[in-house]
Design a protein around this ligand. Structure first.
Ligand code: SAH
Length: 477
């Protein structure tokens, strides 16, 4: 690694079509680099006594099975010294320098002029990543992270925009061109491409172009599931739409690390929803979304878990439909999936449960009216949302309707977060156990034999203790 003040390397994108490159070496490193060069249209000559079968089999590469000779440098625009002999790589680099040919040596300490970055290829978009030689492995890890943010649809989107560039320039006046492209990139055209519906995207774009002055200035609402807490459980789409939002309306279940991802220039509105505190009443909230969208805003309605699982997403959308507001729904990891996974309690299991059902434990006037008869099959896992307060009722009714008082049951609090706590007991003991340990809502209850698996499958450790009154009770499977 060199120590230059400022940038150690100048990133450039070389028009490489038809240039001559010489690859000295035929092993794994040489082959990996050669693949990149061939993809970029380079005329490649490979010189090495042993050359990897992939390269020999590629008729775009001209392979010479022999040792390197000085004359090989004649006519080369770029040279890659990629042998496993460090002294030879250095020697080749020195010859290249004397002849002013740019040379890439297998490692920087071997005297080369340039390095090959880690590349994300979303033709025509190229992203090149370098750590200036500090750690090629880190460069690859960073590439992996960026790749998830750049689905391959970005390549198709860029290609579509390129095809329309000339037409837009001719039709859309310069003053409104930026607004036009913004509408295309952040509106339905891009969404259609990301959804694999390129033909429809092209149709919409063509229509926009025919009537650019009728640009839809109405906003849009994204109903986005934020998952149960861990920000890593956000979907790629949720993150993208969150970043595009002008206004974010979030509720209490959205965890602080996810709130931290709300763009700084976006307005953040807290919609409340504690058990007893309805910060903005639901009908007002539904109308608020309509008003914000009608004023031209892109509104992200960020909800805990999945919007369609006890999330009132349906009610919000009904109002949007009534008012003709454009919207889309992004699913999220629902608390049942998140808590089950992080607690090590599979919701179904071939030996223990063949089905799972989700229920609300929300008390209406102090009562819980549920179809208890349908919950007594010992091979069915039950999940109760909003059930921490009604846990005594749930336990009582299940046992009264015939489910064994010894059925394993768990309460998961702040699941998937560093504050996750899990209480494990039975239908007769769980409430007392959780109360003694100071468990508070919101929490998720899981009932059924699968809870036994927690003893062996728990893997997610947090600073908070697990509460387990069943030591000695578990029949470890
Ligand atoms: N739409 C949400 C559920 C909203 S209802 C979803 O799909 O997850 C609110 C209930 O979800 C809470 O009372 C609690 O039972 C559950 N919940 C949400 N996040 C949770 C978490 N991180 N840990 C435990 N329970 C959670």
């Amino acid at each position: 690694m060199r120590h230059t003040i400022g940038m150690p390397y100048l990133p450039l994108f070389l028009d490489s079509e038809g240039r001559n490159a010489l690859m000295v070496g035929g092993g794994a490193v040489a082959t990996r680099k050669a693949e990149l060069l061939l993809r970029a249209g380079v005329l490649l000559t490979v010189v090495a006594p042993d050359i990897h079968a992939d390269l020999v089999g590629d008729d775009r590469a001209c392979c010479h099975h022999r040792r390197f000779e000085l004359g090989d440098l004649d006519g080369a625009d770029l040279v890659f010294a990629a042998t496993d002999d460090a002294a030879l790589n250095r020697e080749i680099a020195a010859h290249c320098r004397a002849r002013k040919i740019l040379c890439n040596a297998a490692t920087d300490s071997q005297g080369g002029d340039f390095i090959l970055p880690s590349v994300i290829d979303r033709d025509p978009i190229q992203v090149a990543i370098s750590t200036s030689g500090a750690s090629p492995l880190l460069a690859r890890l960073i590439r992996g992270r960026l790749e998830t943010l750049l689905p391959e649809s970005y390549g198709r989107l860029a290609a579509l925009l390129e095809r329309f560039r000339g037409a837009v320039k001719r039709t859309v006046p310069a003053a409104s061109r930026r607004r036009f492209w913004q509408e295309v990139l952040e509106g339905p055209v891009a969404d259609l491409v990301h959804g694999g519906r390129d033909d429809e995207a092209e149709t919409v774009l063509t229509r926009l172009l025919e009537a650019p002055d009728q640009l839809d200035t109405n906003g849009e609402v994204f109903i986005v599931g934020a998952g149960p807490g861990d920000p890593d459980l956000l979907t790629v789409r949720a993150l993208r739409l969150l970043q595009q939002a002008d206004v974010v309306v979030w509720d209490r279940l959205v965890s602080p690390p996810i709130r931290a991802l709300i763009p700084r220039n976006a307005e953040a509105i807290y919609a409340g929803k504690r058990r007893s505190e309805h910060h903005i009443p639901q009908p007002d909230l539904n109308l608020l979304l309509v008003e914000l969208a009608q004023s031209g805003k892109r509104v992200c309605r960020l909800k805990g878990g999945d919007p369609f699982v006890f999330g009132r997403g349906g009610e919000e959308i009904e109002t949007l439909v009534e008012h003709g507001v454009r919207f889309q729904v992004v699913p999220g990891v629902t608390a049942a999936s998140g808590c089950a996974a992080y607690a090590g309690i599979p919701l179904t299991h071939r030996d223990h449960a063949q089905s799972v059902s989700f229920h609300t434990g929300n008390l209406k006037a102090g009562d819980l009216v549920l179809n208890w008869q349908h919950m007594i099959d010992p091979h069915q896992t039950l999940v109760f949302y909003m059930g921490t307060v009604s846990l005594p009722v749930i336990q009582r009714e299940l046992v009264a309707h015939g489910r064994s008082a010894e059925t394993p049951a768990a309460l998961v609090q702040q699941g998937t977060t560093p504050h996750q706590r899990v209480a494990v007991g039975t239908l007769s003991s769980l409430h007392q156990l959780a109360t003694d340990a100071g468990f508070e809502p919101p929490g998720l209850i899981i009932v059924g034999d699968v809870v036994k698996l927690y003893a062996t499958l728990r893997w997610y450790r947090t600073g908070a203790d697990a509460v387990d009154a069943t030591t000695g009770w578990f029949d470890t499977p």
